[in-house]
Design a protein around this ligand. Structure first.
Ligand code: SF4
Length: 354
């Protein structure tokens, strides 16, 4: 838990009170750098600071272009730290499945990233660089979570999250960015599947690629039937064979229910926050769309704006309270996150108006 007395500070910039793009950016900058709040001052000389984003497949819709990152990057560089943008690869085959494809198809096209600031995937070139972390008090028989390996090399972390609906978590924010966005491929698979993958015999082309990829020799091939087989007693559910299998010949049953998903999500998030210095973490939740900045608001249905906090639980709880019933977080998430000391459920909301 990163704030004392069981109450965390959450700073809110509301579009209801600040109407222009310039004023929103100014308030954002002042909140982060103001001597009184000391929010960015937690990062010191030579800290390597990862700025975690959910880089959208459609860069045009990205909220990054609006200059929020630049404010942070400029400040951190002035303080002689080493900021860089980071994310993890996707568990399924798409444009973000490995670092090269991720960079070429997404990062190169995003406007608003600060010029020479580098980008890296924390789970390595192909998403297989992972670290295993035990979560004390886990509800699972095996309490091991699998995180992106690069996390252990960070001195500090800034997490940008955009609040949006999610079919398993209800709503996603900072906890989702930590629990899913910083999980390794195996960690992501375990969120959605309780059981090991299986071979679709009719699709297996006997290429044997999975055989060489499996780290625990759980796969055998039958020379006669020319099919691969997975020994479920040996399989550690890492997903590496699924990654190399063509034509869906090895697949998962995505059989996780919301309770399983939310429990694993919270445990992944706890493991991620305890891997990095607890005093060098900052969370920023966007409860708005990029285009909201271009509109002058006279009346807003619910809260629109930005929240900032050092506490991932408090910021998500505050986000949930501010958006009311529009898109609720799964009930289990907050209670379990609190039980595992991810942060505080109680918060003081400071409305920022410069
Ligand atoms: S999921 Fe991993 S451990 Fe299981 S069979 Fe595939 S490669 Fe082997």
């Amino acid at each position: 838990m990163n704030e004392k007395d069981g109450i965390s500070s959450v700073y809110a910039i509301s579009l209801e009170t600040i109407h222009t793009r310039e004023k929103v950016l100014e308030s954002f900058k002042n909140t982060l750098t103001h001597i009184h709040f000391r929010l960015l001052k937690i990062f010191d000389n030579e800290d390597i600071v990862g700025i975690k984003m959910d880089f959208l497949n459609d860069p045009v819709k990205s909220y990054l272009r609006d200059g929020f990152c630049k404010i942070i990057i400029d400040y951190l560089k002035e303080k002689n730290t080493y900021p860089f943008f980071c994310d993890t690869t996707n568990r399924y085959r798409d444009r973000k499945n490995n670092f090269i494809s991720f960079y070429q198809n997404t990062i190169c096209h995003i406007g608003g990233l600060s010029g020479d600031t580098p980008f890296n995937t924390l789970d390595g070139i192909n998403g297989l660089y992972e670290i295993a972390r035990e979560v004390p008090g886990s509800k699972f028989k095996k309490s091991i979570t699998h995180l992106a390996g690069g996390l252990q090399n960070l001195d500090g972390l800034i997490v940008f999250s955009k609040l949006k609906c999610h079919n398993m978590a209800g709503c996603s924010g900072a906890i989702m960015s930590l629990g899913m966005g910083l999980a390794g491929k195996m960690g992501k698979v375990k969120l959605f599947s309780k059981t090991p993958p299986h071979v679709n015999e009719s699709k297996c082309s006997y290429c044997r690629k999975c055989l060489h990829r499996c780290p625990v020799n759980a796969i055998t091939v039958d020379e006669f039937s020319r099919h691969a087989f997975i020994d479920k007693t040996k399989c550690i559910n890492c997903g590496k064979c699924v990654d190399v299998s063509k034509f869906g010949s090895i697949t998962y049953d995505w059989d996780a229910d919301p309770i399983h998903f939310q429990t694993q999500l919270v445990e992944n998030a706890v493991a991620a926050t305890t891997t990095i210095n607890a005093n060098k973490q900052l969370y920023i939740n966007f409860l708005m769309e990029p285009e909201d900045l271009d509109m002058a608001y006279t009346k807003i249905d619910g809260f629109k704006g930005i929240l900032i906090s050092k506490d991932p639980l408090a910021i998500d709880k505050a986000s949930n309270d501010l958006i009311g019933n529009r898109c609720r977080f799964g009930e289990l998430i907050f209670e379990y996150a609190h039980e595992l000391n991810l942060g505080n459920l109680n918060y003081n909301l400071h409305h920022v108006a410069y």
